[in-house]
Design a protein around this ligand. Sequence first.
Ligand code: ATP
Ligand code: MG
Length: 148
Amino acid sequence: TPFDLVRFSEEITEELQLVAKQNQSIIYQHTGTASVVALDQNLLRHSVTNLIANAIKYSGENTFIEFCTEIGPSGCVITIRDNGIGIPEADQKHLFEAFFRAHNTGNIPGTGLGLNIVARYVGLMNGQVIFKSNVNQGTLFTMTFPTT
Ligand code: ATP
Ligand code: MG
């Protein structure tokens, strides 16, 4: 069932803001005139929630997390950007493998399953997920879905 991506995203932002760290602000922004998408709402909710939860977990206090959605002629693009610890270059090729954790996670807890699930869910929605990251600078995840 098609749904309103902006309302959906605003709800997720509100929910996750409650579990963010001190002074971590999740900033949501939508681009485009359309706002309805025909994607699986549950798969998308889990995917977005996982990526924002990672952004919260792997960045410090007093930072911004940018959550953007865009609906254009070529489809729907969803990005989540943080200014956190980043992912070491050598670890990047393993990031979507089950139970993989990068070497700079220190004592931050996790099982290494979240991104593996995100990759599978995005695939089920015929989308793609990619990322760009620099250690101690931050990480940008981009999910792209074709218009149906
Ligand atoms: P969980 O299964 O609870 O999500 P996790 O967060 O360790 O545990 P993933 O979400 O799959 O597992 O992420 C895998 C690894 O990728 C993380 O352990 C971390 O090393 C790295 N990672 C993921 N997102 C980020 C991010 N936003 N910034 C820095 N590192 C990240
Ligand atoms: Mg995670």
